[in-house]
Design a protein. Structure first.
Ligand SMILES: [Fe+2]
Length: 164
């Protein structure tokens, strides 16, 4: 399993979505893993406190992907998994894992995202983001620093919350 979509979770509240859509994004240049990010008040949420109690150190940020852009194949430095909540995403914005078929040919698996709900991703495996539309993709991204993908999924898959 490469990812786990938390379909039973509630949709992120309107106030956070508005924050993400209107946030001030800045280029964060860290060599191989440059991203475009903004700070979020979600850092002080009940959900982040719950994650920290159970998974140790966790950070969070808004991440923005430009219109008609690709984030090339990579693994994430500094975290083993991510918990991503897309708040703005066109159906043409897609995240993939890949498995080599032969030579330069790969089969791809598309990551299932539900707008406003979290998906846990194993970011130790190569993945890419293809935003093939004329709109930005905006994601609230949480980063457990030490917890693995399976630890994070095991904790979250049976958790039932009514809000964040
Ligand atoms: Fe990544």
């Amino acid at each position: 399993m490469n990812y786990y979509c938390l379909e039973e979770f509630p949709v992120l509240s309107e106030s956070y979505i508005i924050e993400g859509l209107g946030a001030e994004y800045k280029l964060h240049n860290s060599g191989a893993h440059t991203d475009i990010r903004a700070k979020t008040s979600f850092d002080g949420s009940t959900f982040m406190a719950l994650l920290r109690e159970n998974l140790g150190d966790v950070t969070c940020m808004w991440a923005m992907y430009r219109p008609m852009s690709i984030l090339d194949w990579h693994t994430d430095p500094g975290r083993k998994c991510s918990i991503n909540i897309p708040v703005k995403a066109h159906p043409a914005a897609k995240t993939f894992y890949r498995k080599r078929f032969g030579g330069a040919m790969y089969d791809v698996e598309e990551v299932k995202y539900i707008l406003g709900k979290p998906t846990v991703m194993d970011v130790t495996k190569p993945h890419c983001v293809f935003n093939g539309c004329n709109d930005e993709r905006i994601v609230l991204s949480m980063s457990p620093i030490k917890a693995s993908f399976s630890q994070t999924v095991d904790f979250l898959k049976n958790l039932r919350i009514e809000s964040y």
